[in-house]
Design a protein around this ligand. Structure first.
Ligand code: 26V
Length: 803
């Protein structure tokens, strides 16, 4: 039984429509119907939301997940699934001549994230609510999300993502809960009976306004909150004062500089440019978040020293690491605690996840810039640094180099990862290998010093979105064979393994995949006017475009297949459709050229009659959550081919596996744990190991020219890069050529080429036996339960947050 029946819903819907639009629903547009339905669903949710808030037990620990990015995608259908009312509403709407799925399409993606890190935060919110944790998100309400990508003549063009131009039916603005965040100015130091008093003066105030979005747990009555902060000028008074002094421009400047803070998501990942605005964004949401947590905490508790027993704050990468000095500031300056007391509480409240070992992404801020924007926070970091260095000195007496390598402040920079490690009680990586690399390489000195802080939490994805929502037919087959318990306990998906040899199940898997492939083919036909054969192997690589993810290696295989077919050596190649999607950071030239190369190769291949029954190449523009939801269930080969050691975890690898794709993988990130679970007969691995890659980096014993000289296939492909047939303007791919030759193939594309081609041949031969292929597909589905984010969240809950 759910809380709503079809007849009541129909009545509610008609009333809501009337109330919002002042007309009967029958004449409305899809958008208008979507808005009415959205508001109605939010109303249903709100009842449970209030109940959840009422049920907050003062003694129960609450978790706050701080992240600069939350990549939620669409919310309507997952909320309905979690409420357990989607079927009921679907039928009700049908009786009103409305197609629920059409309305679901209308919703804008909420794209406030770059990729894996932001999507992980979204999966974690869903899992926290579903495993009964009171866990709230805290982030920024960017006016513009991740840019929209257009492909023009094969090139990426960036367009603004004005996702709020329609109505966001999910958020609720809490105007009365604004918080002031202070920038710039000076710190006045006075002494009161021997205690120093710090007063921040002449600062620029920024008003942080929260917008709350409900996060619905799966059929458990829990609704948590994602709170996103928007920056506003403090009040009109300020403008008025400035105007009356004739300082018109100053007033406008103030307004603009404030509003800039929550204007746009930085579209880079794994590459840091130390911009003032980004630092302001970080302090803005962290300060607002921490202040609001303390305000709320003090309503129910009178002993601030209990904070770390009642509250856990998790920081998603170093981006929110200013939570550490900000919490210190409040405990010191507002609560009057000693430095030792404040530090004890802070360290025991905060925990930190590292998401990358890419050096370019390690955040550091120049001291001078930092000091002028956040003078009081700087003082606190300085004090933390001094105390930490003293501890290092006691342990490593005289080892200056080591101490300066580990210091929070060194070479006029503040090292945020060091701050995050020192200021939290738990530091984790996101897959087994990644955590090992952190412990043994990147953070080995910290690991020695703080052994007990380090731990692993292998990432996960929410099976409610990435299986139940996007692949209802597969969900039905699973339910019919093993029952529905796996939905609440996803690791029980393993029971499905008993069925994967069953003829009927194998047949169902075939039928479902074909149906999903036809749906994707239709989408591609409609959006790009390209005909693809649903009987070909659907081979997909969708993710950010980056050197280390090696889309280039994928392209090299395509060109090699093309060359083989043309030379009459392609009989063993099964027809294949290569599908790509992903955005390049706007300033990352190499990645942008990769997009252009994929499109050039697609143009040549798709227009060459000699290969048209064998290979097709498609680059789908504007990859985002909702596009992934169409592509993933239709894919049969999942390309997870990063340079070993570079991909911290990967999460699309888990999504593809859960939908029955076979993974072609390097031994990197969570691929290794996928291998552990499916066994080596059910995944195809190749390439250098992380150990070998790291060794090459250390010794410098790799020479990409050797690979070219050894292998004529590579030589031919590299020549093709400058062939006018692929490339009207030779300069286009000079950057790629340079990367491979002059820069000595930083990501070992050429080194792994031969093994990759062999792995692709294995796929061709495996695919010949359809039954065997689908059995493997079934094993992958059955083994994917471990990768539910419910498991990950339960591990955080037990080991880190101690809820
Ligand atoms: C870093 C930076 C650097 C400064 C500029 C803006 C910016 C934005 C995002 C990032 C985060 C880079 C780290 C990241 O996205 N890591 C990914 O995290 C996933 C979830 O843990 C993981 O699956 C991927 O392997 C990892 O690349």
């Amino acid at each position: 039984m759910t809380f709503i029946n079809k007849e009541d819903f129909k009545r509610d819907f008609k009333n809501k429509y009337l109330q919002i639009h002042g007309e009967e629903y029958t004449s409305g547009t899809l958008e208008e119907k979507y808005v009415a339905l959205g508001f109605l669903v939010r109303e249903y949710i709100t009842k449970q939301w209030i109940e959840t808030k009422k049920s907050y037990d003062k003694d129960k620990k609450q978790v706050y997940y701080f992240s600069m990015e939350f990549l939620l995608g669409k919310l309507l259908s997952t909320s309905l699934i979690n409420l357990g009312i989607r079927e009921c509403l679907k039928e009700g709407l049908k009786e009103l001549n409305i197609d629920l799925e059409e309305l679901e399409e209308v919703e804008e993606d909420q794209g406030l994230g770059n990729g894996g890190l932001g999507r992980l935060a979204a999966c974690f919110l869903d899992s926290m609510a579903s495993v009964n944790i009171i866990g709230n998100g805290c982030g920024i309400r960017y006016k513009y999300g991740f840019f929209r990508q257009k492909i023009v003549d094969g090139y990426q063009v960036e367009m603004p993502d004005h996702w709020l131009k329609g109505r966001n039916v999910w958020e609720i603005k809490k105007s009365n809960k604004g918080i002031i965040v202070k920038f710039g100015g000076k710190v006045k130091v006075d002494s009161d009976n021997g205690r120093l008093i710090f007063t921040h003066i002449n600062y620029e105030p920024v008003l942080a306004i929260p917008y709350d979005t409900p996060i619905v747990g799966y059929k458990n009555g829990i609704v948590n909150t994602l709170r996103l902060w928007s920056a506003e000028p403090l009040n009109n008074e300020f403008d008025y004062l400035a105007f009356s002094r004739g300082e018109y421009l100053k007033a406008i400047e103030y307004k603009n500089s404030v509003e800039a803070i929550s204007q746009v998501l930085y579209p880079d990942d794994n590459y840091l440019e130390g911009r003032v605005l980004r630092l302001k964004q970080q302090y803005f949401f962290v300060s607002a978040g921490i202040q609001s947590i303390i305000r709320h905490f003090k309503k129910n508790n009178n002993d601030i020293k209990e904070l770390n027993n009642k509250i856990a704050i998790h920081i998603n990468d170093t981006h929110p690491s200013l939570a550490i000095p900000e919490l210190m500031r409040i405990l010191l300056d507002e609560e009057g605690l000693s430095f030792e007391e404040a530090f004890y509480i802070t360290e025991n409240t905060i925990s930190y996840t590292n998401h990358t070992i890419m050096k370019e992404a390690l955040e550091k801020w120049p001291v001078d810039m930092f000091k002028s924007i956040l003078p009081r926070i700087y003082m606190i970091i300085e004090e933390l640094n001094e105390r930490f260095c003293k501890k290092l000195w006691d342990k490593y007496y005289g080892e200056w180099d080591k101490i300066s390598r580990m210091a929070i402040i060194s070479n006029s920079n503040i090292h945020m990862a060091h701050l995050a490690i020192v200021g939290s009680h738990s530091v984790n990586g996101v897959a087994k290998l990644h955590t090992e690399i952190l412990k043994k390489e990147e953070m080995k000195e910290f690991h020695k010093f703080y052994n007990e802080k380090f731990n692993n939490k292998t990432n996960g994805i929410t099976h409610r979105r990435w299986l139940m929502k996007i692949n209802p037919s597969l969900t039905r087959v699973i339910n019919e064979s093993i029952g529905e318990e796996w939905i609440k306990e996803p690791e029980r998906l393993i029971d499905f393994k008993d069925y994967v040899k069953d003829k009927d199940i194998i047949n169902s898997l075939k039928v479902i995949k074909l149906k999903n492939k036809i749906a994707l083919s239709n989408f591609i036909k409609e959006s790009m006017n390209i005909d693809i054969d649903p009987r070909s192997i659907f081979d997909t690589q969708v993710k950010r475009i980056h050197g280390y993810k090696r889309q280039l290696l994928n392209v090299f295989n395509i060109l090699d297949s093309y060359n083989r077919i043309i030379n009459g050596q392609g009989e063993d190649i099964h027809p294949r459709t290569f599908i790509f999607g992903g955005k390049a950071a706007p300033g990352y030239l190499f990645a942008k050229k990769i997009i252009k190369l994929i499109n050039s190769v697609a143009y040549v291949v798709n227009n060459d009659k000699r290969v048209s029954d064998k290979i097709k190449v498609v680059f789908l523009e504007n990859y985002r959550v909702s596009l992934g939801e169409i592509i993933i269930p239709a894919s049969e080969v999942s390309e997870q081919i990063s340079t070993a050691s570079k991909e911290a975890s990967g999460t699309s690898n888990m999504k593809f596996m859960m939908n029955g794709a076979l993974t072609i993988a390097t031994l990197d990130g969570a691929n290794i744990e996928i291998l552990d679970r499916v066994g080596k007969e059910n995944i195809i691995t190749f390439g250098l190991s992380a150990k070998e890659v790291i060794e090459y980096y250390k010794t410098g014993n790799y020479n990409s020219r050797d690979e070219i000289n050894k292998d004529n296939r590579i030589k031919i492909i590299i020549d093709q890069l400058s062939n006018p047939k692929f490339n009207k303007d030779f300069s286009d791919f000079q950057v790629i050529y340079h990367n491979l030759i002059t820069a000595n193939d930083e990501f070992f594309v050429l080194k792994d080429f031969n093994e990759y081609i062999k792995a692709q041949d294995t796929i061709n031969s495996l695919y010949k036996d359809e039954n065997r292929w689908n059995e493997i597909s079934g094993v992958n589905i059955a083994s994917s339960g471990f990768f539910s984010s419910d498991r990950t969240i339960n591990q955080y809950k037990e080991d880190v947050w101690k809820v």
